[in-house]
Design a binder for this molecule. Structure first.
Ligand code: UD1
Length: 310
């Protein structure tokens, strides 16, 4: 068995000032030399741990990328435009940030012979034929975001096959936790908690029967640490919990945990929205020794607690 986390490595985290990247940086800084490349559009300087080096810049800026990748052993590529809706509003922007920038990162990693762990997404499956979804099931993304993630999920595998680069794609299901800042374009849990704690109505799109596999940030970090050391490279893994709940149930759980008077209101369904999403995580369990550790209610309670301090 390889070690369960990297040590004594020079590590680059793109998007390291953002939600997932900054948690990963925090987990890595004590044992590794951590560099962060972030253009601070959605990421925040305050998220970056003191021991990490932050370089403010874009992955598509060749000079900045060359500087941060010089001598690097591994790259966690978390920088992305994460909103499905934003990608529908502006597909070219999504392509530039999610695909073009990833190719630049892959080329830089190839020069350095650095391992790449990619943030891929469950959005690549589109409307699945069955749930839970194994990695091998058909891909039919319903948004530019999903299509972009599918493209780069393929690219990282090709870089392994063509150039022998050590690459791993992690297909995140719906990540949540402290540090995920609510905005029109952020994840539904952050939006619902923000609404509940400010006494606003909780806005469920459509009838709320759509389901998601919500995975707590600690488990997303765990998967990345395992992907950094595994021998099973050149593969893609689903990272979720293997369980799913409906958006309506989520709204009710948020009401309950925040003890809010906020009502649940139903709005128009979201165009291109995926109905059901739930990971089959047996491949990650088998190859990465990945195991979800934080139950949904506990994760929600920890996230709500963080929101109260904001
Ligand atoms: C999310 C991620 C995406 C990730 C994907 C993996 C965000 C912003 N997007 O997309 O990066 O790759 O999971 O599965 O984190 N909803 C409401 N009311 C709201 C907001 C959302 O009912 O106010 C509903 C949506 O219609 C959808 C569900 O909640 O059915 C989840 O939406 P969202 O959190 O935006 O995530 P995904 O589209 O699943």
């Amino acid at each position: 068995m390889p070690p369960d986390r990297p040590a004594d490595q020079t590590v680059l985290i793109t998007g390291g000032a953002g939600f997932i990247g900054s948690h990963l940086a925090t987990a890595l800084v004590s044992d590794n030399d951590v560099r962060i490349l972030d253009n601070l559009t959605t990421g925040q300087r305050a998220n970056v741990p003191d021991e990490a080096t932050l370089i403010e810049g874009d992955c598509r800026d060749a000079d900045a990328l060359a500087r941060v990748t010089d001598g690097v052993d591994m790259v966690f590529h978390e920088a992305a435009l994460v909103s499905v809706q934003q990608s529908i509003d502006d597909p070219q922007q999504s392509h530039a940030i999610n695909v073009d920038a990833t190719l630049d990162v892959l080329e830089a990693a190839r020069r350095e012979d650095a391992r790449v762990v990619l943030a891929s997404s469950a959005a690549i499956y589109g409307h699945p034929e069955r749930v839970p979804i194994p990695e091998s099931d058909p891909k039919g993304p319903t948004s530019p975001y999903g299509l972009d993630k599918l493209t780069i999920d393929h690219y990282v595998r090709q870089y392994h096959e063509l150039y022998g680069l050590e690459t791993v794609a992690l297909r995140y299901f719906n990540a949540f936790g402290p540090g995920q800042v609510a905005s029109d374009y952020s994840g539904v849990i952050s939006i619902f908690l923000d609404q509940a704690l400010s006494g606003e109505p909780i806005t469920v799109d459509g009838d709320g029967s759509q389901t998601r596999d919500f995975v707590f940030i600690d488990d997303i970090v765990q998967a990345n640490l395992r992907a950094a050391t595994t021998d099973a490279v050149g593969k893609a893994y689903n990272i979720g919990t293997g369980e799913a709940i409906s958006i309506r149930e989520l709204a009710e759980a948020v009401q309950d945990i925040t003890v809010t008077e906020s009502e649940i209101v139903h709005t128009e369904p979201r165009p291109g929205d995926i109905e059901h999403s739930q990971a089959d995580i047996s491949k990650a369990e088998a190859y990465l020794d990945y195991e979800p550790t934080v139950a949904f209610r506990e994760g929600l309670a920890r996230t709500a607690k963080w929101y109260r301090t904001q």
